[in-house]
Write a protein that binds this ligand. Sequence first.
Ligand code: SF4
Length: 373
Amino acid sequence: MTEPHSWKDPSIYVHEIHVEESCMDLAYTREILGRAKLPYTVIADRDDPQGISGVYPDNLVQGKRHLLLCLNRGHFFKPCPGTKEYRCCDYQVLNIGMGCPMDCVYCILQAYLNKPWLTFFVNTENVFQEMETAFAAEPDRFFRIGTGEFTDSMALDRLTCLSPQLVEFMAKQKQAVLELKTKSAVISNLENLQHNGRTILAWSLNSPVVMQREEIRTATFDERLSAAAQCAEWGYKLAFHFDPIIDHPGWEEGYEETITKLFQKVPAENIVWISLGALRYLPSLKTIGTRRFPGSRIFYQEFIEGLDNKKRYFRPRRVALYKHIYGLLKKYTVPSTCIYFCMESDEIWQEVMGYVPEEKGGIPLMLDRTVNN
Ligand code: SF4
């Protein structure tokens, strides 16, 4: 099979849909099947989709072509796990589905999940109910919400059309914002929506060579930037995530090229936050990543084990990476943009940024301010 020229819309990788019996009567299921125009099979509730051979994770390449539409029998809305050892940003997660049609070498989902197919939960009325209940229970709290813990927020949006429902729900909320984080460039569903500044579109960026080599089936850098610029034109606020920052030959020039192009294309005043996080991974991910992507070198560096049992670069190396990137970002960002570390210690904050989050009220408050000013 020939590969398409662009993975702007990675949902084109999906070739077959499986539907749990009890979801067949839902109007939303019918809508998705109608839009997808793909062959589908109906399976018993809680059964596994058939037709995917091999063993996990070797069967991920094949498994990612299969999409299961089913019920979420747990909660959609919950706090991001974070860890107590490092400073985290106090995010809330909306669990809209599992798995991703793209395939990044460093993707943590390879180690977290154990099913090769993609899952999307179709009982979305519960999404809104759960959020309303959570907001009402804590009327004085501000919620920053994301959908990308176990999936990419926009990769399947052409099929699911979930984003307009979320954006329009969020537009009515006074105490919450939603961040849709992606490596795709699927944005057409976002046009002409009354978003009221309550949805932030976010892209993960990296050095050009990392985006090309380590992020398979993702939108190109130019496609991501064009999508971000278009969303800015539609009035959306934007965010960017340099995560995972990867130490590789030419990294200084690579990250400089990315940052320079980013600010040539995207208005700085639309950017609410930018996160930085150096590569970190559970040891099991290295076993999977090196087996699935034998050509990649990203796991062959010197790492230490952090307090959260994840491998990370030695501190001086992390500081060097961060200082360079932070210095470049400071050249272009406006003062209202919050640049923050995802899961780093106060020592790193102090060494790179010259302050610790507590001095500015803590990371959650620093981020909340950017969307409430
Ligand atoms: S885009 Fe995100 S979720 Fe998808 S494979 Fe890459 S890292 Fe994983």
